[in-house]
Design a protein around this ligand. Sequence first.
Ligand SMILES: *[C@@H]1O[C@H](CO)[C@@H](O)[C@H](O)[C@H]1NC(C)=O
Ligand SMILES: *[C@@H]1O[C@H](CO)[C@@H](O)[C@H](O)[C@H]1NC(C)=O
Ligand SMILES: *[C@@H]1O[C@H](CO)[C@@H](O)[C@H](O)[C@H]1NC(C)=O
Ligand SMILES: *[C@@H]1O[C@H](CO)[C@@H](O)[C@H](O)[C@H]1NC(C)=O
Ligand SMILES: *[C@@H]1O[C@H](CO)[C@@H](O)[C@H](O)[C@H]1NC(C)=O
Ligand SMILES: *[C@@H]1O[C@H](CO)[C@@H](O)[C@H](O)[C@H]1NC(C)=O
Ligand SMILES: *[C@@H]1O[C@H](CO)[C@@H](O)[C@H](O)[C@H]1NC(C)=O
Ligand SMILES: CC(=O)N[C@H]1CO[C@H](CO)[C@@H](O)[C@@H]1O
Length: 431
Amino acid sequence: MVRFVTSLLALSATAFATQTCTASSQCPEDKPCCSQYGECGTGAYCLGGCDPQASFSLDSCAPMPICESKSYTWENLDNCALNTKYLGDASKSDWTYSGFPKTEDNNLLMTMPKDSVGTLFANNHYIWYGKVSGKIKSSRGQGVVTAFILLSDVKDEIDYEFVGADLAAVQTNYYWQGVLDWHNGGNASVDGGDTFDDWHTYEIDWTPEQVQWIVDGEVKRTLLKSDTFNETANRYQFPQTPSRLQMSIWPAGQASNAKGTIDWAGGLINWDSQDIQEKGYYYATIGQVDIECYTPPAGTTQTGNTSYLYTSEAAMQANVEIVGNSTVLGSMGATGLDMTLGANSSSNATSTGSDSVPTNGSGAIGGAASNSSSSTSSGTSSTESGSSGTSTGFTQTPSASKDNGAPNQNERVLRGSLFAVLVAVVVLVTL
Ligand SMILES: *[C@@H]1O[C@H](CO)[C@@H](O)[C@H](O)[C@H]1NC(C)=O
Ligand SMILES: *[C@@H]1O[C@H](CO)[C@@H](O)[C@H](O)[C@H]1NC(C)=O
Ligand SMILES: *[C@@H]1O[C@H](CO)[C@@H](O)[C@H](O)[C@H]1NC(C)=O
Ligand SMILES: *[C@@H]1O[C@H](CO)[C@@H](O)[C@H](O)[C@H]1NC(C)=O
Ligand SMILES: *[C@@H]1O[C@H](CO)[C@@H](O)[C@H](O)[C@H]1NC(C)=O
Ligand SMILES: *[C@@H]1O[C@H](CO)[C@@H](O)[C@H](O)[C@H]1NC(C)=O
Ligand SMILES: *[C@@H]1O[C@H](CO)[C@@H](O)[C@H](O)[C@H]1NC(C)=O
Ligand SMILES: CC(=O)N[C@H]1CO[C@H](CO)[C@@H](O)[C@@H]1O
């Protein structure tokens, strides 16, 4: 994951004058939110993934929806919102996604059509310690990676990563505040030796004291918080902040990526593989997902029941409190500094610019760059083209919005899609 961001950042920073952000170079007040991908904006930039350390101020990001114990299956995508539509109401949409999802036999297929950058699902309810379990068949093929991870807004991370070149094992990893430490990785063998053909259950059991990676009920790895103490800094470098479950398929073996990433992924992607020829896409299959929330750490300040907030940019466990603040933005122009901005306008999704839906390289880019009609499959599956480009942008004629000169939703999505196409073209050119 960290690998992915790095390569994408380099790409978008050179191709466009987007404003990037880091903890030492925070966003300006008019685009106060630093997205998961390190760019400044409003609206969706202020929701899941918004980095409080790199944003204009600690309260620029919207409060984070509190944990909810729940089981998910996939009869349809009714509880899933496109990343261009979601405004923070997790009670209406459990998931936000981009890319090319489908449902089949009550399973979720996350697909990656030829030359796309795949599909990303993020659960909108943050988890602050809990047990997450997923019944998964990974993707296959060198250069193709399926991820099942917990990721916090300050880049605490607990990972399962399936590298398509090695179906006999799943990689485990963790990060504290995105600090790269190549010693954190592990490799768990999977019984039967085929993560693509066979269902297996992958669990992350995360408490304030430890993380366990559990495959088919067998503990494969335990990380003790006590083993992560950094004496120099006098702190535990242990994942400890509210995190969202993210599931994705992505092209780690794309030629434009760093060599280390491509090597890690088992080599370059073959876009003429069996899966591409027979189905039209690479895919990972997600069966039931269960989320069980644990009680918050002892001593946590709790004044409400709806959301988590950071109280300090240190962003350690002791700097999180549970409050009653709303998590919902009034429009794509709103931010944590003015949550209800635009709530009265006829279309809440009207944005004030093209910086209101962050693109990751997943989904939005893949969605626009390739053609969702090419990702159909035979059989009884219900198809949902979830790409932001095809489902909301390109096919509709943008109509100018009269009142404030701001582009309306269609124009904004169109621009986002063009941006996506351009990035994809850059990717292709460098292949
Ligand atoms: C949370 O709600 C309180 C009380 O309504 C308000 O003063 C505060 O600004 C809110 N904080 C954020 C980050 O929205
Ligand atoms: C992981 O383990 C498998 C066997 O279980 C092995 O073939 C593979 O090379 C290992 N991968 C890494 C990255 O260590
Ligand atoms: C421990 O903290 C120090 C000081 O912040 C830092 O330089 C060092 O890289 C940290 N060690 C690890 C393993 O992260
Ligand atoms: C949490 O919600 C319940 C009802 O849903 C309420 O009774 C309780 O007082 C709330 N707790 C806090 C700290 O607000
Ligand atoms: C706009 O958002 C507000 C909440 O912020 C909601 O109450 C209202 O129904 C929404 N209006 C439309 C047209 O979606
Ligand atoms: C606009 O929203 C505010 C609260 O956000 C409300 O007090 C006001 O009545 C609304 N105005 C209209 C015209 O709906
Ligand atoms: C999109 O799909 C249609 C139908 O499969 C095909 O005719 C068209 O060439 C495709 N366009 C692109 C850009 O791939
Ligand atoms: C930063 C980030 O979340 N990157 C994600 C972008 O999308 C790919 C593919 O879905 C994910 O695997 C990355 O984790």
